[in-house]
Design a protein around this ligand. Structure first.
Ligand SMILES: O=C([C@H](O)CO)[C@H](O)[C@H](O)COP(=O)(O)O
Length: 208
């Protein structure tokens, strides 16, 4: 079954823990967003894992270099999954995967900025990454004409384990699931909702 990942793009550990406390019963993976990690450091990863040891904690490091070092730092802080950018040198991705093997944790490749996501997804999955995040970032989502359906179609085509991130919400999550996604990522649809717990519950129910 497709897992539900909440992406927390808030800026303080306190706010992230408060949101996670509300939505944890309905999500499988708790993502600490890149802006949050930049604001608070890896202490936010440790705090989240301590508060939710039963959940997978996803550190959205968006690593672009020193793959082994940054992955190791995040794993030591308590992350179960870390992201490396798909646009960077293969050696960076492979380094993070090697660090993952040492810690028994996993690496996800983020395709923001990748020109041919299907081709790159097939390449990087062979390096031993857990899945590929077919992702349109918040800036790309804000451009006119953006549709998450492009990512969903690419997931179907790629034939590798993938997640979809980039405006997944209650109207689109069933398409994400039908395409065979390993993980559906929802950020704004949860933390931006009037009642985040209700929003997460509805998304979880739509998956089942
Ligand atoms: O990873 C993300 C982005 O790059 C900022 O960190 C988002 O968490 C991801 O795009 C999912 O969020 P929504 O698009 O708001 O669902």
């Amino acid at each position: 079954m497709t897992k539900l990942q909440v992406a927390i793009d808030l800026l303080t550990t306190e706010a992230a823990l408060e949101l996670a406390g509300k939505v944890a019963p309905y999500v499988d993976i708790i993502e600490l967003g890149t802006p949050l990690i930049k604001a608070e450091g890896l202490r936010v990863v440790t705090a989240m894992k301590e508060a939710h040891p039963d959940k997978l904690v996803f550190a959205d490091m968006k690593t672009a270099d020193t793959g082994a070092l940054e992955a190791e730092m995040a794993f030591q802080a308590g992350a179960d999954l870390v992201t490396v950018m798909g646009t960077v040198d293969d050696a960076t991705i492979k380094g993070a995967v090697e660090a993952g093997k040492k810690f028994g944790r996993k690496v996800v490749v983020d395709t923001i900025g990748v020109k041919n996501r299907v081709e790159r997804a097939r390449e990087v999955i062979a390096f031993g990454v857990e899945f590929v995040e077919l992702h349109a970032g918040l800036d790309e989502q804000a451009l006119p004409g953006y549709s998450v359906q492009t990512l969903i179609a690419e997931g179907r085509e790629a034939g590798v384990a993938f997640s979809i991130a980039g405006g997944v919400n209650i109207d689109t999550i069933k398409d994400v699931v039908a395409a065979g996604a390993t993980v559906a990522v929802a950020g704004g649809a949860i933390y931006g909702a009037e009642n985040p717990a209700e929003a997460a519950k509805a998304l979880k129910e739509a998956i089942q």
